[in-house]
Design a protein around this ligand. Sequence first.
Ligand code: NFE
Length: 503
Amino acid sequence: MKIDLGPVTRIEGHLNVKTTIENQKVVDARCVGEMFRGFEVILKGRDPLDAQQITQRICGVCPYAHAIASSYAQENAYKLEVPANGRIMHNLIQGANHLYDYLLHFYQLSALDFVDVTAILQYTGKDADLLKVKGWVQYELASKKTFPAAPFLPRLNGDYIKDKDLNIGALKHYIEAMELQKKANRAAAIFGGKFPHSTAIFPGGCTQEARLDHIINYQSLIGEVREFIHNKYLPDILAVAEGFPEYWHIGASKGGFISYGLLPMSSERDSQRLLTGGILQGDSISPIDFGSITQDVGYARYSSPSGLKVSDSTLTPAPHKEGAYTWTKAPRYDGNVMEVGPAARVLVDYHQGHNQQVKSLVNSFATKVGIEAADLNSVLGRHLSRAINAVVIADFLLAESDRLTPGERTMADLSIPKEAEGYGATEASRGALLHYIRIKDYKIDNYECVVPTTWNASPRDDRGQPGAMESALIGTKISDPEDQIESVRIIHSFDPCIACSVH
Ligand code: NFE
């Protein structure tokens, strides 16, 4: 039996997943990125300093990550030395965006796969927000519309949390989390100018001043977000984990993990990062070589050659190409399938024993819930890994903002060379993000973005290997082929962004 899960909701962008079901099991899954965009074509021939502005328009959720990756690529190409304040501001902006994104993903995009929103109907308290939600749910149930505009119903049938207090508590946090997301974005905008699409992130630093009032405001906002992460987000993840322990063993991808590392700890772009990067295959860690990344297009709707290295990439759309089923390319590392994202960041760092806080958080949660570190490759593992990222990043940002020196410069002087090339690699919240720029006659000659969801939602490569999310779905037992809550929980655990993946 063939079932399309699209349009998949509570994600960003246009995703369909074509599943084939036999004997209550997913035996095939194909991720379909449904809309061509073509940012790399738009960038050709433009002023290189347009790149960190234009690439931010790839996405409204993770624009800063694109600005940072583009700035790193240009710093590499222009051989810039970035002043300490400039690098710190990059970190403060990007880190705040990670915090916003983790809360958004858990509460607005994933929690309702587990939390029973209809529990609110039994609610008799006076809480204004919850009464409002109750009104929406009652209205939706009464109106029996197929596509209601409100965010809670319809939903898939499934086994939701039964504890009424837990459900109501989680819904309260759903509402509260939106206020905290606003605070994280306001913090980022202190240095980034605005959210989304920062006007201040530049190759060589940031155009904002390092001022004491900026630092104090930033710390006050991030302090509130940090408190919510510790006191509500982490406990809520653990409550979901307690209710659904089988999801520690559902949704494992069948390849390696790649993380470029997140937040450089000194002004050099390639310095040690808060979360260290690398390639993890089995138990073996190796350093990253951008030359080993290729992108297959055998099953993607492009007529450009398959298997090209990042620096040689081209983009020729071929909407009617035979056998192709998506607009997403298939990135591979040395030909191998890779998962990217929060679990990759945690596992790659953990295996190197670099960040002691990551190590102790993984070890203590693993003991608490009775898993091994390797079980982070699962639905619950990805959710817990996001929370671990959030704790480590929030703590770091408070310390990092103290390292700004008021009055010192925040930007390097730059001049664009006639010919140059550069790579910029960072971690967007959804995973490893690489930008490549080649400049000729002072203009962009080639630009390529290899984006987190391009890895995770990739189609088959030319050898027929399914991408990370496809491989995580294949083999999953499901209770109802027409109402695949298990598959949707797996998809949501990757937090796919198809706007990014196809770009
Ligand atoms: Ni559109 Fe993005 C992140 C990037 S994911 S959200 O995080 O880069 O492919």
